[in-house]
Design a protein. Structure first.
Length: 336
């Protein structure tokens, strides 16, 4: 806890309380607290109640001009401050609705070819390798894969249920047949760890929202455990209870980075690149875009349509005039 938080412990505690009341993730909680802390420090440790539109706009402008942050980062800072004023301080002023969010530039996602995916995955083994194959084989986001619970893997129906995905929505996606064996091995590993936790007096996993109160014994049931549990138990920062969390996402990030270098791939590759590649390769195989939208969990099909631009389907029938063998000009068409 730094100087700014020591000066306003009640404010930061109330931010945490309100965010947990609204079921924000721990990652979002930490990010919002970080932006609120930076906002207070940037304004001479003044209390947010004494500030308004001028200070907020100056802070956001400084981030963009001097800090050179991306539009998404600037928007996250704005969301944190809007949450502070609206949900915590209960202040709704006209200027809050007039603050303009930075426009995110349209980007074409990075996509790996099938050969590049094969080379990347060939360089990944162990649990990180299983997670990477899961992301490419299902289109799941990294945290969706790491937070996967035992009960949501259905080997009979060959499907995976993604719970509480982006926007709080559940969805179903395909379970790749080639991953059935590796996933069953991961479940056996998780079962052994869970059995040991129970013997040591632990074994209760974190449950979302009010499920722990509604189903008091569910937290110790194997079905609620993570498919990819951490190797060590740790203290939960939300309530101080010692639990076994899921595998740290940094383990997967580092493994992907090493595999990319070993495969000689020059493109920037992240865990999300595997999700982009999943969608693009399904389109190449002729699957309907609505089906892919459901598998990815996109609310709007317009979000999924970005992968049609990656395919460049509109230009597939056109041969560049620089290339040999181009179609001859239409008969009777003269040169202007």
């Amino acid at each position: 806890m730094d100087a700014s938080e020591r000066q306003a412990p009640r404010l930061f505690d109330e931010v945490r309380r309100r965010m947990r009341l609204h079921h924000y993730s721990l990652r979002t909680e930490r990010a919002y607290l970080g932006w609120i802390r930076r906002f207070i420090l940037a304004n001479g440790r003044r209390h947010p109640r004494t500030m308004g539109a001028v200070e907020v706009e100056r802070f956001l402008t400084t981030l963009a001009v001097e800090g050179g942050v991306a539009a998404s980062t600037q928007n996250q800072a704005l969301s944190a401050l809007l949450f502070l004023y609206r949900q915590v301080l209960g202040i709704r002023l006209p200027w809050m609705d007039e603050v303009v969010r930075a426009k995110r530039p349209a980007r074409v996602p990075t996509v790996l070819s099938r050969r590049e995916v094969a080379s990347l995955l060939a360089g990944m083994d162990g649990r990180a390798g299983v997670v990477a194959r899961l992301l490419y084989g299902t289109g799941m986001r990294l945290m969706e894969g790491l937070r996967l619970r035992v009960k949501d893997v259905d080997f009979i129906r060959n499907e995976i249920v993604v719970r509480d995905g982006k926007g709080g929505r559940d969805r179903r996606t395909v379970l790749p047949a080639t991953l059935a064996g590796p996933l069953q091995a991961e479940l056996e590993r998780a079962r052994v760890l869970h059995r040991g936790d129970l013997e040591d007096g632990f074994g209760a996993v974190w449950l979302p929202h009010a499920l722990a109160r509604k189903y008091p014994s569910a937290a110790r049931e194997f079905g609620w455990q993570y498919v990819f549990p951490a190797l060590r138990r740790s203290r939960d920062p939300r309530d101080g209870v010692v639990r076994r969390h899921h595998l740290d996402d940094a383990v997967v990030w580092r493994a992907i980075r090493r595999a990319r270098r070993a495969a000689g791939i020059d493109k920037p590759v992240s865990a999300h690149t595997l999700r982009h590649s999943f969608a693009t390769h399904l389109l190449e195989d002729g699957y309907d875009i609505r089906t892919i939208q459901e598998l990815l969990g996109h609310k709007d099909v317009a979000t999924t349509q970005v992968y049609t631009h990656v395919l460049n389907r509109g230009g597939r029938g056109v041969v560049s005039p620089l290339d040999p063998g181009r179609a001859p000009a239409a008969a009777g068409r003269g040169t202007p």
